[in-house]
Design a binder for this molecule. Structure first.
Ligand code: ASP
Length: 583
């Protein structure tokens, strides 16, 4: 006998009169004066079993032993439910199985949480992920993920991309995070880095004539964990030879649309909108704008040049947002505290209350011209940032996002995909003043900008592009440098001497010197994309076994200390951090 004739969710009135064997988990068991009703569940849904002691005395004994999450197999006859017992909310709700035999295949200890319980502590869910995974939402998430990845792979295949596996254990790849290191027993004291991305290998594939490479690649980055970050994650990673920026964007859009359609959502219109880095910074204060609500940042620098209010007059940049609420003094105090946490010195404001009256400690310093420029609808508040441009953008950008959430302004029905383009090629480290890369050091400058003052490359733009969905950076890409001299110039500008560049990236420089085609590519975070598709607020909900924010895996208890003999073989001495909690 096979374990089952059909899945639990498949039982229909067509099956009435047939004998069926079914198997699954006990979702609930109800005793009704002799009759026992069991909801049997698998990933497709639930069906109802009825155990009637007069029909099946043995099954009745087994039924009494059942507890939630026992695994059982039942055999019996499919019958129509009595009209008043039909459950219109269940696809199987018109029928039930009158059980003749019932076998307990596996028992369950008492559960740490019930599957239908809401707000279960996440660490507990992750500790018992195998239970958590049985819940409908998690089953849905993993299947959405599978469908999206399968659609992406199909589309990449149709577009002529070749799946090439690249090493996880490699030299450090500079993607802006710390490396995870892997000691090597055969070479004690030496380490591989886990690839932060396949960046250099995919470029070498282009030099190797692969033409179109892709991979659903696992990447490792030692960064603080947050809603959209885990130590390990996957990317749709691709690279193409003999292409311009628009060719890469077109392929990425096709992959995204294929996945969105495959999961049954409305596909975003192509081509996706494009905005420049400068516009994103000016209007939204960051380079991954959430455009599902307004409240865009407005500029007041020109109008405040001759202000009587010294803070405005002397600031290199004055900008503001208009929040659709007349805030109380206490609320403004809380907003100011936040602005200070984000680096502002204070938070100037103008409240226009419901009757149109203006409340503002700075109004008395402002000219008529300024006040006219700052007019707003009754029931709103203008919140100002004044200071250097980057700081003002940061503070107002964060304030805008905070208020978007607090005031419930975000239209969560919208699914906004767009590109951010024309990034600077270099950024200056605020502390050291050293120029460094913004994306990674392999991004090509804009055509016509191949030379620059190597001590001050400000203003050089890169052929770098980011894909944004609903305020999340889904991924980044660029047209790469394929000219070895240009690559050396970028290294020099980043303060990488000839020798260091050779020792770290000599293999790349050599490859670029042996017939490298023009090329470019992209990488999109799979879990971020899928979390958005599944309407989840963080990527842990689409990862089978994620880590929690401390960096630990609650399920296996990893990471764990290692015995000294193991470390010795690897040429490592562990120094226990003070106050370390050993497990
Ligand atoms: N390697 C880059 C990243 O992981 C993406 C790319 O430039 O293709 O963000």
């Amino acid at each position: 006998m096979s374990w089952r004739d059909l899945y639990c969710g498949e039982l229909r009135s067509d099956h009435i009169g047939k004998r069926m064997t079914v198997a699954g988990w006990v979702d609930t068991r109800r005793d009704h004066g002799g009759l026992v009703f069991i909801d049997l569940r698998d990933h497709t849904g639930k069906l109802q079993l009825v155990v009637n002691p007069e029909r099946a005395a043995e099954a009745k004994d087994a039924a009494h032993e059942l507890r939630n999450e026992f695994v059982v197999q039942a055999e019996g006859e499919v019958v129509a439910r009595a009209p008043d017992a039909v459950n219109p909310n269940l696809p199987t709700g018109e029928v039930e199985i009158q059980v003749d035999t019932l076998r307990i295949l596996s028992r369950s200890t008492p559960l740490p949480f019930q599957l239908d319980e809401e707000n279960v502590d996440e660490t507990l869910r992750l500790r018992y992920r195998w239970l958590d995974m049985r819940r409908d939402k998690m089953q849905h998430n993993f299947r959405v993920q599978h469908t999206a990845i399968a659609a992406i792979r199909r589309r990449m295949d149709e577009l002529g991309f070749v799946d090439v596996w690249t090493p996880s254990m490699t030299r450090g790849t500079p993607e802006g995070a710390r490396d995870f290191l892997v000691p090597v027993r055969l070479q004690p004291g030496k380490f591989f880095a886990l690839a932060q991305s396949p960046q250099l290998f995919k470029q070498l594939c282009m030099v190797g004539g692969i033409d179109r490479y892709y991979q659903i690649a696992t990447c490792w980055r030692d960064e603080d964990l947050r809603a959209d970050r885990q130590f390990e994650f996957r990317q749709l990673d691709l690279e193409m030879a003999f292409v311009e920026r628009d060719d890469v964007l077109d392929v990425m859009e096709q992959a995204v649309v294929a996945a969105v359609e495959a999961v049954g959502d409305e596909a975003p219109k192509r081509p996706f909108e494009r905005i420049s880095f400068d516009e994103a910074m000016a209007k939204y204060g960051n380079d991954r704008p959430d455009r599902r609500f307004g409240m865009e940042i407005q500029d007041a620098t020109a109008v405040t040049r001759n202000s009587e209010f010294g803070v405005f007059k002397n600031a290199p940049a004055v900008r503001y947002v208009v929040a659709p609420k007349a805030f109380s003094r206490a609320e403004l105090g809380r907003l100011e505290d936040l602005a200070k946490e984000w680096g502002a010195k204070g938070l100037a404001y103008i409240v226009v209350d419901e009757s149109g009256e203006v409340r503002s400690p700075i109004a008395k310093f402002l000219s008529e011209q300024e006040l006219a420029a700052f007019s707003a609808d009754p029931g709103s508040t203008l919140l100002f940032g004044a200071g250097d441009e980057a700081a003002v953008a940061r503070v107002l950008g964060l304030l805008r996002l905070h208020l978007g959430r607090e005031l419930d302004l975000i239209d969560t029905e919208l699914n906004d995909f767009h590109w951010v383009l024309d990034f600077p090629l270099f950024a200056q480290d605020e502390e050291t003043g050293q120029w460094t890369f913004l994306h990674h050091p392999f991004t090509a400058p804009m055509p016509g900008q191949e030379t620059w003052d190597e001590s001050n490359p400000e203003g050089v733009r890169g052929q770098h592009y980011d894909l944004i969905q609903n305020g999340w950076e889904l991924g980044s890409g660029s047209i790469r440098i394929h000219d070895v001299e240009l690559q050396k110039r970028v290294f020099r500008t980043m303060g990488l001497g000839e020798e260091e560049a050779q020792s770290k990236f000599g293999f790349l420089l050599e490859a670029l010197a042996m017939g490298a085609p023009p090329h470019g590519g992209f990488a999109m975070g799979i879990e971020r994309f899928v979390a958005q598709l599944a309407d989840e607020p963080d990527i842990r909900q689409v990862i089978a076994f994620p880590k929690v924010s401390s960096g630990a895996d609650p399920l296996t208890g990893a990471p764990t200390p290692m015995p000294n003999e193991v470390l010795r073989e690897l040429g490592i001495t562990a120094i226990a951090p003070e106050n370390s909690s050993s497990r």
